[in-house]
Structure formats: structure tokens, C-alpha cells
Design a protein around this ligand. Structure first.
Ligand code: SF4
Length: 343
């Protein structure tokens, strides 16, 4: 156990990436970085982190911002519930904690959107509280180093890995300890082709000895992908029609073109045939992947669109005002595409 800590932290001190959130102990900035980096690569998250620090330099400034502006600044990063929770939580800390960031793992978990992982990261990085961070990188490193075969997506697996990580945590340097394991998973012990030859813990890695690296970590279930079928409508004029997605679904509180959703592939094809005859132009079927959904989408350009569309309220704006509204990446990409084609 002591070897594990010494080997990983010595390696970390010499090899870690110099990232801005690692040069601060301010819990607000650490929180911003952790929320932005969930499900996001560092290369993509970095510019968003810099934007959020610039636009919302303090908890107060984030709490007093409009949600629509926060979503706009988040645009393109996906998983928009993170942005909504971030904004809600900033207001919650201002109101319930008198603007003071909670300073313990236990209190951090009282804040909306802060679960075990984020609470452990903030508590250990900002306050040196010895709580173990367990993210995807940590699961991979521990499952390989200790050659553990319990599936990580079961309650038994979650408990086993959490307990082991907590057993390993260094009481005085929990911040460096947690960072070191995560960095090792990100840079060396990668999902495919881990660099075992230069790995600082290769001498104690049991999966390497047992030749089980490719089978670690173990997952019990395959993620099910839901197919969805969207028809979007665009008016060929100087106006754009938008509708707000207010229901509890993907992209809640973001804006999109008027939408008709087919519930099966067969209905989608039939509707597509019918609409193709009515539209001035239609795109090919575009597929857009989300973590658990595959969207099959066609954009139809129409002469005219009614402001009451398929039972949803639709409003009209000038084309130039489109950039004021937060939209999903799918819509943003399509707008870029038609703008480029018109140049
Ligand atoms: S030796 Fe290889 S499999 Fe084991 S922890 Fe290091 S990189 Fe991962």
C-alpha cells in the first residue's frame, strides 16, 4: 500500500500536466473545473474553464447570472444538466451557506449536483480532507494494479473500489495522492494500449503479472442506446423559428427549431417521404450521437412555418439574433453548415 502511494506520487510530481485548476486551492475554481471535466476531455474542457473563470470570476457572479447566459456559455460541451445544476448550486450556496463554499465532504454533498466524486475532489484538493476520489481513471488503475474482477457498475463493485481507494489514501497528502492516480489513468494506464513499460507501478501491477489487463476493469452491462427520430423545420426567410425544450429530456431549457418527433423508424421514413414533397430543400439523414441516444435527424426548409407548431409554442426571431440563444451542438453545427454553403 505504501509502495503504491510513493510510486504514484513520485511519478506525478515529475510528470503531471500543468493545468490551471491545479495551481489553486480555491474551492470555487476547483468545483468549476471538476464539473466541466466530467465526461469531457481536458483538451476540450480547458477553453470552457477559462471562459467560465473569465465570465464568472466569483461564486456571486455565477449566482447572479441569467440561466440562459450560463447555458449559452456552456454550449457545445453537452450534458447540459451540469450547467443548470452549477447555476442552481451557486445560488444555493449564496442563500443557504451565506456565500461561503462548504468546507467538508459532508457539507459539500448537500449542494445540488455535487455527488461523492465532486465532493471528494473539492474536499481533498481545496481542504486536504483525506477522502478518496473514484472516477473512471481510478477504477481502471485500481482494477488493474490489484487485478480486481468485481464489475464496477454493480453496488458491490462500487463499494469495493471506494473502500480500497479510501484504504490507500494518504492522510497528509490526499490532494497529490488523488491527483496522481487520476493522472496515471489519464496518461499511462489508458483504456487501450496502456504504457506498462513506463508505468511507475508496473513492478506491483497484478493484472500485468496475470495477463488480465485487457479484461480490467470489468463491467456487467452494456449501455443501451435509444434510437430517436427528429424532423426539424426551418423557414426560408430572414426569420428563424425557435422553441424552448422545457420538458425533462435531453437539452432541457435549450432552444431548437420547430420539431416533429417520430416514434419509430417506420414512422420516420413515412413522414420523411411526406415532408420531402412539401419542403423546398431537405438535408440527408444526419446522425448525432449522445451518450445513450442516437438521433436520426432531417432538416426541412419550408416556405412558411406556423407559430403554433405541433402543439408547442414557437416564436420568431431575426436571423442575426440567433447567437443570443443557447442551442444544442446538433443545431449549432447545422446553422454553421448552411451559413458556409450560402457564402
Ligand atoms: S502496469 Fe500497465 S496495466 Fe498495470 S497499472 Fe501500469 S499501465 Fe496500468
Amino acid at each position: 500500500m505504501a509502495d503504491f502511494h510513493l510510486l504514484t506520487t513520485d511519478w506525478y510530481r515529475q510528470n503531471h500536466r500543468d493545468l490551471p485548476w491545479r495551481n489553486t486551492t480555491d474551492p470555487y475554481y476547483i468545483w468549476l473545473s471538476e464539473v466541466i471535466l466530467q465526461q469531457t476531455r481536458v483538451a476540450q474542457g480547458l477553453s470552457y474553464y477559462e471562459k467560465f473563470v473569465r465570465n464568472y470570476p466569483s461564486l456571486e457572479s455565477l449566482a447572479s447570472a441569467e440561466e440562459q447566459q450560463v447555458l449559452k456559455d456552456w454550449q457545445g460541451l453537452g450534458y447540459y444538466s451540469r450547467a443548470r445544476n452549477l447555476h442552481f448550486a451557486a445560488k444555493q450556496i449564496m442563500n443557504e451557506f451565506e456565500g461561503n463554499f462548504p468546507s467538508s465532504f459532508r457539507d459539500l454533498k448537500k449542494v445540488k449536483g455535487i455527488g461523492n466524486y465532486t465532493a471528494a475532489a473539492i474536499a481533498s484538493f481545496a481542504y486536504k480532507e483525506p477522502v478518496a476520489v473514484v472516477d473512471g481513471n481510478v477504477y481502471r488503475v485500481l482494477s488493474r494494479c490489484f487485478d480486481l474482477s468485481t464489475p464496477i457498475d454493480t453496488s458491490a463493485g462500487i463499494k469495493e473500489f471506494q473502500d480500497l481507494a479510501q484504504l490507500l489514501i494518504h492522510p497528509v497528502h490526499p490532494d497529490i495522492h488523488n491527483q496522481a492516480i487520476m493522472e496515471l489513468g489519464a496518461l499511462i494506464c489508458t483504456p487501450k494500449k496502456p504504457e506498462c513499460n513506463v508505468c511507475p507501478i508496473n513492478s506491483i501491477c497484478l493484472a500485468r503479472q496475470n495477463k488480465t489487463i485487457e479484461n480490467r476493469p470489468v463491467k456487467s452491462k452494456k449501455t443501451k442506446v435509444r434510437q430517436r427520430y427528429f424532423h426539424y423545420f426551418i423557414e426560408e426567410s430572414n426569420h428563424i423559428h425557435l422553441a424552448k425544450r422545457s420538458e425533462k429530456d435531453i437539452w432541457q431549457n435549450l432552444f431548437e427549431f420547430p420539431l416533429f418527433e417520430s416514434l419509430s423508424e417506420k414512422d420516420f421514413q413515412l413522414k420523411h417521404k411526406e415532408l420531402s414533397n412539401k419542403s423546398i430543400y431537405h438535408s440527408e439523414v444526419i446522425t448525432h450521437l449522445l451518450s445513450h441516444q442516437k438521433l436520426n435527424v432531417v432538416f426541412y426548409h419550408m416556405k412558411e412555418i406556423n407559430e403554433e407548431f405541433d402543439g408547442r409554442e414557437v416564436f420568431k426571431i431575426d436571423v442575426e439574433r440567433l447567437s443570443d440563444y443557447p442551442v444544442p451542438k446538433l443545431i449549432e453545427n447545422y446553422i454553421d453548415r448552411i451559413n458556409n454553403e450560402r457564402k
